[in-house]
Structures are given as structure tokens and as C-alpha cells.
Design a protein around this ligand. Structure first.
Ligand SMILES: NC(=[NH2+])NCCC[C@H](N)C(=O)O
Ligand SMILES: [Mn+2]
Ligand SMILES: [Mn+2]
Length: 300
């Protein structure tokens, strides 16, 4: 992995209904992310936070199927440009959310630099909805669909190209809550999903070796999009859409350590940390611990 990391905070909470996730970047910084990664000899450039505009009430009422569309699109446009600059400068982008809608902007900026970007979507959810299939109208349930070119043009066309990624280069890990339309899309496109059922049967070590092996030689970079709700709510209570029966602390650290050893990750984001719903910043601290493992922390 590159030794120069650029941190970008995205205080976005407009992709879902629960306030507080906009404070995720502050909570993660407070939990010591910079010190933690500096100890691993990375040079950290904290670029601060992307500016997110506040919605106007009328528009909120106007589009219930794509809530806060214009503000979410504008914020992601800014994020995409920032991520693009970071990669152009030769640095590794580490994006801190914010709700998962920010994966629209981060992938727009990243995928510009890769013909065959692999994506690991570590999440309880598929985030493969569109306005037609979403049960909530929340854009944080749509970013993976947007990135394969499905969704409103304001979102799919950020930085002027679409799609950003190919369905065959996506792996979803930890899924246990998929909506009807998402299941249809997964079957239709053949997206690889390691559900909790498969992870329980195979074990995380086998799952991660398969994932790493499947990307080798096929992709020219791999992005990790880690939604803290992929973990069990007992470990990560500070998330807006918790789903019981999730990945454990140990499985998640093992996954990060195996990714670190494989050296395939070229960008990463950690999303959905909501300090208002959290217990003593436990979820933000967990996120920082996982980043430690991803960036090479070892016991010996
Ligand atoms: N990034 C997330 N936490 N997404 C949760 C999505 C929940 C649900 N599938 C929806 O579309 O509303
Ligand atoms: Mn999720
Ligand atoms: Mn998600």
C-alpha cells in the first residue's frame, strides 16, 4: 500500500432519515485515526471535510422517492473531485462518512483511474435500490446500483461518465437484509454475495482468500467500502440501520488483516458511524481499529 494517505471527511446525513451521522468524521478523528495510522509510518494529510449544503424543506417534500436528491448529488460531486485530485497526486484516498450515499462520489473519483476496479462492499445491506425499488426513498440504500449505472442521472453521471464499475467486479460481504428489487438485480447480474449464511458455513478466512484470489489478475485496483452496520450491532451500536446477526469484531479484523497482507486495496471508505446513536464512541473506535488492521497493524 502507498505510504501517503489523504483523509477526506464527508459530513453527509441526507442520504437517510436519522440525524447525527454527519458527525461521523469528527467522531472517527476524535477516536484517534491520525495518530493510529502515523504510528504505522504513514504520512497523513487530513484534507478536512467536504461542504454539504442543507436542504430546503420544500424540496424534501417534493421528492420522497429520492430524498434530498440535489444536496446529495452536489456533495458527491465535490467529493468526487477531491478524491480525483488525491489520486492524481499519487496518494491513497481514505474517506470517512457520513452515510453510505457518499460512495457515489468516492467511486466516481476513484473509478476514473481504473478500467477494472474491484469493489468490496462490507455491509448488512446490498445498497442496490433505485427510486423504483427503494422501500424508503433513502439514497444511502442506492449507491452500489448508482455505481453500476442504475439510478437518477444526477447521481449516475457524476464526473460525466457511467457506469463506474462492473457487476462482475463487485463482492458483497455480510449481507443479511436485501429488499425484493435488490435480490432480483443480484440474480440478474450475477453479483457475488457472501451472505451471513455463507460466511457462517465457510468461515471468514476462506471467504477472504476466495475474494482476494478472485480479484488477482482481474482487477487493476480494489476499493473497500465498509459500512459499520456490516458488523453486529452489539459491536457497532452507533449506526442508523442496524441488523442483528452481523459480523463479529474478530471476523472483521481478520478480514482487514488479510486485505492488508494481500496488498490489493487502493482506496477505502468507512461509513455510517453515527455518534448520537453510539455508546461512548465505541463504533468510531471500532472503525479506527479496523483501519489499523487494514493498514498493517500486527501483534508481532
Ligand atoms: N447504507 C445503508 N445503511 N443502507 C441501508 C439501506 C436500507 C434499505 N435497503 C433501504 O433501501 O432503505
Ligand atoms: Mn448497511
Ligand atoms: Mn451501506
Amino acid at each position: 500500500m502507498k505510504k501517503q494517505l489523504s483523509i477526506i471527511g464527508v459530513p453527509m446525513d441526507l442520504g437517510q432519515n436519522r440525524r447525527g451521522v454527519d458527525m461521523g468524521p469528527s467522531a472517527i478523528r476524535y477516536a484517534g485515526v491520525i495518530e493510529r495510522l502515523e504510528r504505522l509510518n504513514y504520512i497523513i494529510d487530513d484534507l478536512g471535510d467536504i461542504e454539504i449544503s442543507r436542504p430546503d424543506r420544500k424540496e424534501l417534500q417534493a421528492n420522497q422517492r429520492l430524498k434530498n436528491l440535489s444536496e446529495v448529488a452536489d456533495g458527491n460531486e465535490l467529493l468526487a473531485k477531491k478524491v480525483d485530485e488525491v489520486i492524481q497526486a499519487g496518494n491513497f484516498p481514505l474517506v470517512l462518512g457520513g452515510d453510505h450515499s457518499i460512495a457515489i462520489g468516492s467511486l466516481a473519483g476513484i473509478a476514473k483511474h481504473h478500467k477494472n476496479l474491484g469493489v468490496i462492499w462490507y455491509d448488512a445491506h446490498g445498497d442496490l435500490n433505485s427510486a423504483d425499488t427503494s422501500p424508503s426513498g433513502n439514497i444511502h440504500g442506492m449507491p452500489l446500483a448508482v455505481n453500476i449505472g442504475i439510478g437518477h442521472e444526477r447521481l449516475t453521471n457524476i464526473l460525466g461518465y457511467s457506469p463506474k464499475i462492473k457487476p462482475e467486479n463487485i463482492v458483497i460481504i455480510g449481507a443479511r437484509s436485501l429488499d425484493h428489487g435488490e435480490k432480483e438485480l443480484i440474480n440478474e447480474l450475477g453479483i457475488r454475495v457472501y451472505s451471513m449464511h455463507e460466511i457462517d458455513r465457510m468461515g471468514m478466512a476462506k471467504v477472504m482468500s476466495e475474494v482476494i484470489e478472485s480479484f488477482k489478475g482481474k482487477t487493476d485496483g480494489v476499493h473497500l467500502s465498509l459500512d459499520l452496520d456490516g458488523l453486529d450491532p452489539n459491536e457497532a451500536p452507533g449506526v442508523g440501520t442496524p441488523v442483528i446477526g452481523g459480523l463479529s469484531y474478530r471476523e472483521s479484523h481478520l478480514a482487514m488483516e488479510m486485505l492488508s497482507e494481500s496488498d490489493i486495496i487502493t482506496s477505502a471508505e468507512f461509513v455510517e458511524v453515527n455518534p448520537i446513536l453510539d455508546e461512548k464512541n465505541k463504533t468510531a473506535s471500532l472503525a479506527v481499529g479496523l483501519m489499523g488492521s487494514l493498514f498493517g497493524e500486527k501483534l508481532k
